[in-house]
Design a protein around this ligand. Structure first.
Ligand SMILES: Cc1ncc(COP(=O)(O)O)c(C=O)c1O
Length: 430
């Protein structure tokens, strides 16, 4: 139990209203105060237990407070918490070494920072340094961060607050095989979605963009999975224009989609990989990684005060050790497959679910409605009732109508089946 009495949800809401910048957004009409996490469960101030089906937005791959992770972090906190990279410390280089062993293709050199947004900022700088170019492409419905540039690369109006986004960024339509913007059917099309990227290069840029940012599976965009030929074709197109491919694996990385990195699924080697979230085991982390050739252009001094600090680096090392030792990427593929099957069977029984999609333990259940506002309201009601029943789901999609399942990778199939049974009951109450 927490060391002191929790102040309770209402007092938190009051302080939030009084002292925080109002943009800090939260879920639920009647939100609980979360005070403790253990394994796949979270507990609120009244002692109520919830199955965590969102993992703090794809962070807690090992579950909450994994004992070995806690031990490694505590031991490091007692020994050396912080020094910065102006002094030599060991955990940061060991983590870079371990990452090199698991990163896709020839990506093997890393710079550490503290968040996914910062990682994407760094990747953009690196791409500019290497190519001498300054224009970028990104997907509509993609999300790459909260900072000025990260937000400008983001193609979701919900998260695009800035009225004056950074110039030189062209947003292109991602593939969407369920509702193809070009009216095509999967398996019978000519990949008009890849042609659209070429058109964007030729008409929206100077013809020489530095890089294209992609999420291998769009997370906040509503768990959108591309067809398997998409990324190999895109890679080939970008090569023709000397444009780098930046894979934002902040959300998809580290077993979430059933592979260590989602891009592995299509055998596509990105030039730069950005990451964060799960690697820190709950401590703040971000990184961008690249090949020897591209890294060679970034020689002027770079520093991040907290990037790769000993505590986060030790957490990252222990996290990677456990993830691989326990085969959690393969587990994500297997357990996620069971969850998806069960959700698809549920979708056949109801008109409320219009699509089920995803890879591994990154699954979206799209909620239908007579219009988009109705679907979003319906999704909120489901989320609230699932929370009341003890299940914390996520919510994504441009219409905010995709129930999002990203539980810790250690979740048991039975726990997920019970969650879907509960969802089935909740859908009947709508
Ligand atoms: C794909 C992706 N990129 C970048 C970010 C930004 O990461 P952070 O919130 O750590 O800055 C997120 C956050 O959800 C994300 O999902």
């Amino acid at each position: 139990m927490p060391a002191r009495e929790p102040i309770g949800p209402q007092a938190i809401l009051d302080k939030k209203k009084r002292y925080m910048i109002p943009c800090t957004y939260h879920f639920y009409r009647d939100p609980p105060q979360i005070v403790r996490g253990q394994g796949v469960h979270l507990y609120d101030s009244s002692g109520k237990r919830y199955l965590d089906l969102y993992s703090g937005v794809s962070v807690h791959a090992l579950g909450h407070c994994h004992p070995e992770l806690v031990e490694a972090i505590c031991e490091q906190v007692r020994t050396l918490q912080h020094a910065t990279t102006i002094y030599l410390t060991e955990p940061i280089v060991n983590l870079a070494e371990q990452l090199a062993a698991v990163l896709p293709g020839r990506v093997c050199r890393t710079f550490f920072c503290c968040s996914g947004s910062e990682a994407n900022e760094g990747a953009a700088l690196l791409a500019t340094l290497h190519t001498g170019r300054n224009e970028f492409l990104a997907f509509q419905n993609g999300l790459h961060g909260r900072t000025k540039l990260g937000m400008s690369l983001t193609g979701l109006s919900f998260w695009r607050t800035d009225p004056h986004p950074v110039g030189g960024i062209t947003l292109v339509s991602p593939p969407h095989c369920v509702r193809c913007p070009w009216g095509q059917t999967q398996g019978q099309c000519r990949f008009e979605c890849v042609d659209a990227v070429e058109r964007a290069i030729l008409t929206g840029t100077s013809g020489k963009p530095a890089a294209m940012f992609v999420e291998p599976v769009q997370g906040n965009g509503g768990i959108m999975v591309p067809p398997s030929e998409y990324f190999p074709r895109l890679r080939e197109l970008l090569n023709r224009y000397g444009t780098l491919l930046i894979a934002d694996e902040v959300q998809t990385g580290f077993g979430r989609t059933g592979r260590m990195f989602a891009m592995e699924r299509w055998n596509v080697a990105p030039d730069i990989v950005t990451g964060g979230k799960a690697l820190g085991g709950g401590t703040p982390v971000g990184f961008f990684s690249t090949t020897d050739e591209i890294a060679a252009c970034y020689t002027r001094p770079g520093a991040s005060t907290f990037g790769g600090n000993p505590v986060t680096a030790r957490a990252g090392l222990k996290f990677l050790e456990i993830l691989q030792r326990d085969g959690l990427a393969a587990r994500s593929e297997y357990v996620g497959g069971q969850l998806k099957d069960r959700l698809m069977r549920l979708a056949q029984k109801t008109d409320i679910i219009s699509d089920v999609r995803g890879l591994g333990l990154m699954i979206g259940t799209e909620i239908a409605g007579r219009d988009s506002r109705f679907a979003a309201e319906c999704t909120d009601q489901i989320l609230e009732r699932m929370k009341d029943a003890g299940y914390l789901l996520g919510k994504t999609g441009p219409g905010r109508n995709v129930l999002t399942w990203m539980p810790p990778l250690i979740v048991e199939p039975d726990e997920l089946m019970e969650a879907v049974d509960t969802l089935e009951t909740v859908l009947k109450t709508l």
